[in-house]
Design a protein around this ligand. Structure first.
Ligand code: FAD
Length: 403
């Protein structure tokens, strides 16, 4: 075995997937996260997971954690459904399977809607001794025979490889790929959650059964709705399969997303709103629709609403591999129109874990392994960025990607 120490910056879904993979292979890993703890800020609620994320989870999680993952994943019917502004069903569109036979050994199929916080708790389990919260990367120094990470608190860490899993505003990308660009997609959205029992009295059953539902008007202002139902309560799932795993209890819910071009949400860029004010802004954006649409938003938990300004990466290449690489939103951030960003980030984490395991086991050299990883990751990652932008243009008037 070679000696290999991997530094990962960012404990999001991609960085944690990589850390679980490296841990599983017995590779020395240290993960540095800017947030002081896993609960510091709202990061969204429902996540749609397809074959990429599900197979990545199957590959990197222990059998116990995989059992918790499955027990808390809500298996949806494989449709994305278009609703009218009165929330009647117009069309159910089959959702692509995304299963890549050349990549996934476990071949887990189907789609699931999961709760992001629940998934993050599962991915964090067993990593207590390697995840360091409250560590913000400032810069790194690649000395050829190793890499040193410098944090804003004045501390440093030294390793053989540094992975930027630090999201769309990646500090690692700033140095590793200064030419890589992210641009405003032109879209503002407000997210909130509605208790399941309240939502079911207002929405068609496809909102509960399908991957996602979306309605929009002629301005392309949209309302998206998607359900998360826990087949097993998170605490019960942990007790049954992984007793050491501390889970926060959650209720079933429907996530609501109201968005459109910035111009339809003029106050959002200009002033700070409380969650309750954001709920009103979201409902007001649907005021010209049949009343049921705004009623759904008004039925939401008033404390759950938060705004998101959507950005996208611009497809690019990477210079020759060094000891520093990137994964997930740090390189190929996309608008959430296909619900695939987390899926691709977790795919990256699993594949980079495989590549570094091959180096550790002496089957290949580091530059060769990173070059192969970056080649594949850029190809599939930016293909999804482009597809998400195309769908975003059609459904919500997203800015086209710069050419
Ligand atoms: C509202 C919303 C809904 C979405 N829905 C879906 C969906 O249904 N399905 C799907 O597949 N995708 C979805 N996405 C996209 C998905 O959330 C992202 O693609 C995914 O989280 C990317 O994972 P990541 O690990 O690359 O980055 P992130 O999850 O952004 O994690 C990056 C981490 O790095 C940390 N960090 C940043 N800078 C530093 C630094 N300098 N030093 C240390 N740490 C740092 C951050 O605090 C963060 O924890 C959605 C996105 C949004 C905003």
């Amino acid at each position: 075995m070679s000696i290999l120490k991997v530094l990962v910056v960012g404990a999001g879904l991609g960085g944690l997937t990589l850390a679980q993979s490296l841990r599983g292979h017995g590779i020395d890993v240290a993960l540095f996260e800017r947030d002081p703890d896993p609960w510091d800020r709202p990061q969204g609620y429902r996540l749609h997971l397809d074959a990429d994320a599900r197979n990545a989870a199957r590959e990197v999680l222990s059998d116990d954690l995989w059992a918790v993952f499955e027990a808390t994943s809500y298996r949806t019917e494989t449709f994305t459904t278009i609703l009218g502004t009165d929330l009647s069903v117009i069309k159910r569109i089959p959702t692509a399977d995304e299963l890549d036979d050349r990549v996934w050994r476990s071949r887990v199929t189907g789609h699931a809607n999961v709760d992001r916080a629940t998934l993050r708790q599962i991915l964090l389990h067993g990593l207590d001794d390697v995840v360091h919260f409250g560590k913000t990367l400032d810069r790194y120094d690649d000395t050829g025979d190793g890499v040193t990470a410098y944090f804003t608190d004045g501390t440093t860490a030294h390793g053989d490889v540094l992975v930027g899993a630090d999201g769309i505003r990646s500090a690692v990308r700033r140095q590793r790929a200064p030419h890589a660009d992210t641009v405003d997609a032109g879209i503002t959205a407000i997210y909130g959650r509605i208790p399941l029992d309240v939502a079911t009295s207002l929405v068609p059953k496809e909102v509960i059964t399908d991957v996602f539902t979306i309605s929009s008007d002629d301005r392309k202002v949209f309302l998206g709705l998607g359900a998360v139902l826990f087949p097993t309560r998170p605490t019960e799932a942990a007790t049954a399969h992984a007793p050491g795993l501390a889970m926060r209890e959650q209720d079933d819910y429907v996530v609501a997303i109201v968005g459109g071009r910035h111009q339809y949400f003029p106050t959002l860029g200009a002033q700070v709103h409380s969650p309750r004010e954001l709920q009103h802004v979201a409902a007001d954006a649907l005021a010209a629709w049949p009343s049921v649409a705004a009623d759904v938003v008004r039925a939401g938990d008033p404390d759950s609403f938060f705004p998101v300004a959507m950005y996208t990466s611009v497809p690019c290449t990477l210079d020759a591999p060094s000891r520093v690489t990137l994964l997930g939103d740090a390189i190929h951030a996309m608008t959430p129109t296909l619900g695939r960003g987390a899926n691709v980030a977790m795919r990256d984490g699993a594949l980079l874990g495989r590549a570094l395991a091959a180096v550790w086991e002496g089957r290949t050299e580091l530059p060769t392994a990173l070059a192969a990883y970056e080649h594949d990751m850029l190809a599939y990652g930016f293909a999804v960025v482009t597809a998400a932008a195309r769908t975003g243009q059609q459904r919500m008037a997203q800015n086209p990607l710069p050419v």
